[in-house]
Design a protein around this ligand. Structure first.
Ligand SMILES: [Zn+2]
Ligand SMILES: [Zn+2]
Length: 345
């Protein structure tokens, strides 16, 4: 089964063909997030340069799904992570990718290579442990079986969402995306990410993720002028002077999915969690789980967690693996009610 990955769109794609691989120059990773940067990356499989109607080009890499997964799990997490974490990640990344192949997120290819879909940063962060994790879970996916009186039994591959750190409690689907209940994405109390050791973090996070230190509990401070400027720049709307930030609704974990921004020129209610994170930061707030205080011309946001919070907590899962839990245990902890199955069997 081949997957088509759109790695980079640019005015001109700069690449170098090697014997069995190719190198793409200046690939942007972490687009819009706080670790946004450029890298040169090396890939296996075939390269196609697509010419887009707007004059830009897109580099599309086609390769076997299982080979793609070896790179994904060593891009999302460090390939030196505990084996049970890598195996858990292989299963959820495979489940997610198969759904994306059936129902592509992009035009002309199935998935992109960045955080919007799953990180796919080529061969350079990969090692034989990542290959082993993918091989030992070959074809395994998470499924959810639903039975009702009308349609009988229906089985679907799970939409396995994940993120870096829940901050103590994971979130439900509707706080982040559509207003639906996804039975295997529940709010789970996670004690693991809060007690992860420095040593485990150094092992499980890739180089650029290690720059993020305070992801479980964090604080951001802005002067009045700074916040006014950030919101104006990110929203494209002049709110005038912002006088209050009012959380109107929170998900089960505490993540805000509806926030009223009151300004002297404009007032607006925004959501869901990602929009709130984008509008209140030069790049993107770690999460939308925060309390607001405003004193002496200074805003303080005191928050928890890194990412949307729905599904698997990567740092919590790493700690579970470090404490000796199996990948099956990790998966059933973060996706309650889902079952492990070999696809096509
Ligand atoms: Zn994407
Ligand atoms: Zn957690």
């Amino acid at each position: 089964m081949d997957i088509r990955v759109g790695i980079l769109t640019a005015p001109h794609i700069d690449f170098e063909q090697r014997e069995n691989t190719f190198i793409l120059k200046n690939v942007r990773i972490g687009i819009g997030f706080h670790w946004d940067r450029l890298e040169d990356q090396e890939f296996a499989g075939t390269l196609e340069i697509r010419n887009n109607p707007d004059g830009t080009q897109t580099a599309v890499n086609t390769l076997d799904l299982e080979d793609y997964l070896c790179s994904v799990i060593s891009s999302e997490m460090n390939a030196n992570s505990p084996m049970e974490l890598l195996k858990a990640h292989a299963v959820i990344s495979r489940s997610w990718a198969i759904r994306a192949m059936q129902n592509p997120n992009h035009e002309g290819f199935h998935v992109c290579g960045d955080d919007h879909c799953q990180r796919y940063e080529g061969l350079r962060r990969m090692n034989e442990r990542a290959v082993q994790a993918v091989r030992e879970t070959a074809g395994q996916v998470l499924v959810y079986v639903q039975s009702d009186n009308v349609q009988g039994t229906k089985e679907e591959i799970c939409d396995c969402r994940y993120y870096k750190c829940c901050g103590g409690r994971s979130e439900v689907w509707r706080t982040c995306w559509e207003d639906i209940d996804v039975p295997y994405i529940q709010s789970v109390e996670c004690p693991y990410c809060g007690r992860v050791s420095e040593r485990t973090l150094r092992l499980v996070l890739n180089d650029y993720d290690q720059e993020t230190k305070d992801f479980h509990d964090w604080q951001v401070r802005y002067t009045d002028d700074e916040l006014d400027n950030i919101v104006r720049e990110k929203s494209g709307i002049d709110f005038g002077h912002i006088t209050s930030l009012e959380p109107l609704h929170r998900g089960v974990s505490g993540r805000i999915d509806s926030l009223r921004i009151v300004g002297t020129e404009h007032t607006e209610i925004i959501g869901k969690e990602l929009k709130i994170r984008l509008w209140l930061s030069h790049k993107c707030l770690y999460s939308s789980w925060f309390d607001v205080s405003h004193t002496d011309g200074q805003w303080t946001l005191t928050g928890h967690g890194w990412g949307h919070g729905a599904g698997l907590c990567q740092i919590g899962a790493a700690q579970m693996a470090a404490e000796g839990h199996s990948y099956e245990e990790i998966l059933s902890f973060y996706y309650p009610g889902a079952q492990l199955k070999t696809n096509g069997k």
